[in-house]
Design a protein around this ligand. Structure first.
Ligand code: SF4
Length: 163
């Protein structure tokens, strides 16, 4: 059995996003890892009890996921609702599952305030992106798990298949 990979549920076709949609990634490596039983699937936000659909949420303007984890910033819904506790719980749940299942790697959907690993939205709910990571991705990286976005699947494949 090769390396295990934690994956965003919406990336593997589960309709769990805030808008009730999935965002499936189609790639032969993903199919192969699925057949090999390497994929450990989670939607961190749903694991913390958030409903589908749900309001969009963003890390508040000018702040980072690391600051959310340290208690110095909030995650807010588009109507101003504070979902910081849920997002921190989501990250803890993903980390606990990754540790339990022995995942050294994660393949997560970019842009999400939980799963983003290259960019996130800037907190203004205007669709503007900025470089940054989501709360789950930040915690996984803090704990040494190598996090890749869907567009980096080739990089991840080269890494784990060389092991
Ligand atoms: Fe997908 Fe992650 Fe958002 Fe869940 S929290 S819908 S897995 S991007």
């Amino acid at each position: 059995m090769g390396a295990k990979i934690l994956v965003s549920a919406c990336l593997t076709g589960h309709a769990v996003r805030y808008d009730g949609q999935a965002k499936p990634l189609v790639h032969p490596a993903l199919d192969r890892w699925c057949r090999e039983g390497r994929l450990v699937t989670i939607c961190p936000e749903m694991s913390a009890g958030m409903p589908v659909p749900r309001l969009p949420a963003e890390i508040e303007p000018g702040r980072s996921a690391a600051e959310v984890l340290s208690g110095d910033a909030r995650v807010l819904e588009s109507n101003g609702g504070d979902v910081t506790a849920e997002f921190r719980q989501a990250a803890e749940n993903a980390l606990a599952l990754a540790i339990e299942a022995g995942c050294a790697y994660a393949l997560l959907i970019d842009g999400s305030p939980s799963c983003g690993s290259g960019f996130v939205y800037d907190g203004s709910f205007s669709g503007d992106r900025q470089p940054g990571v989501g709360v789950t991705a930040a915690l996984l990286r803090q704990k040494g798990i190598k996090v890749f976005s869907g567009s980096e699947i080739e990089k991840l494949a080269a890494l784990i298949e060389g092991e």
